[in-house]
Ligand binder design. Sequence first.
Ligand SMILES: [Zn+2]
Length: 564
Amino acid sequence: MFDAVSEIKSRLDIIDVISSYIKLQKAGANFRAPCPFHQEKDPSFIVSPAKQIWHCFGSCDTGGDMFKFVMQIEGIEFREALHILSARAGVELKKQNPKIYNERIRLQQINEWAAKFFEKSLEVSPKGKNAFKYLKNRGLTQESIKKFRLGYALDNWHALENFLNNKNYKNTETQKAGLIVTKDNGQAFDRFRNRIMFPICDISGRVVAFTGRVMPGSDDKMGKYVNSPETPLYNKSSIIYGLDKAKIAMRKQDKCIITEGNLDVIMAHQAKTENTIACSGTALTEMQINIIKRYTENILLNFDMDQAGINATRKSIDLALEHELNIKIISLPKGQKDAADCIKHNPKDWLKAVKNAMPIMNFYFASTFQNMPKKLKIEHKKESARILLPIIGKIKNPIEKAHWLGELAIRLEVDEKVLAEAINNVSDQRKNTPWRAPKETSQTNNQLSQNNKTAKRLAGYLLKYPKYSKILKDHNIKNSKALDKILKQNNKEQLIFKIEQENIQNPKAEIIKMILFFKKQKIEKKLKKMSLLIKKAQKNKDKKQAEKLIKKASNLSQELAGCY
Ligand SMILES: [Zn+2]
């Protein structure tokens, strides 16, 4: 059978593949770099050209082959990574239907030509120069205009149509790409005319659609914004504006900023907050959240504080909490309507607002009281309690809950006890919108990941030095299910590669240390259980049983002491 994966691996070098995303530095036989998947100063991301694998020895503690790298950095599934790498290697994927494949390629080419055409028109046409001036007035630098490939659609019904026809694309194709509209009588014309053009890119940075903004002072009876329709390349609910340029920063900083508009994104990148994207609807969609989650679980929302913006924010919060994302709200200084505005005014204000992003509860308080007078009347008190009590009621952490109850009591000038009672009786008006407090990382989770790390390391050692496997037997470990599982789930090469980086002089001692680590844990667990049983026996006045247990416990304690 034709094996595309090994064919691709034989044609591509992992160093070239990874170098196209990050800068690698030679270090002995390997290459290293600051890890693109977590924030760090000292590079702990290692690539081995000999083994054609990579590994992060920092907090990610993960690695793999070139496919895994592309999947992780692009945030895509294996199939998509296969497409990217096969195109790069020039390996044809046999199963692709050539007709569909060719059509997609041609649609991509059409969009790319259109983007070039719009860029050029912004530069050279007289009206394009006006559009350029407008963008500069909004605060955009020339670099930003270039980076986001902004353009201008000429004030002409057939400019793009003719241009694309001359490039040998038929109107049936340009229509399918969403750029040309054909009337019933067969007459065709350009969809975008006299508009400032924002190309919309897919996750790999290929242009798949456009948003056209009306020229300032022009007739906007077609709407302030005109968008490409859905096409085979463009699925509105799954494309996120700016993601192709933000994804690496999102992963690295482990957070992302979500704004409302395209200009907000461009200005935010200009202000060096390059982890900014826009959801080009009002609220976040389920699909967008699933895509964002591949990069980070920490979201900073910045929507307008008008009623529509507040509603969108609430909807987004509910959906994001359902997906267990952590959310904060960026609120801009008074009088600035959006991120783009704020950054044009003073980028430092924006950076400060991002830094001081507030927890969701602050947002709920602020948005509830923002349209009420300072001195609350009785109906305001009732109204705000109606909104806020159900939300406070859903907070799981009791201290946090008490805190916000206290805040509300002060604001309403009502006794806290009254509110505490009310919270139990309050009929939940927002029953259908679940509200959960942000996830807490529990002790057990840390313990589990520590165990997992040690087990992986132990497996690596035993693979590298199989002769020490008998140490397991010396410690009465006959078969370890945990180890078997690790070996089944992990690439053996990878496990060995990892421990080879450690430069340990005495592997036997290391193996014993790790075995003792697990042994200690096991004994401690037993001892805990034992002490409960002893208490129970003493409570039942079962002296005999208690003595028996105490003796057992003392044996265990001795065994535990032997582990140190
Ligand atoms: Zn890492």
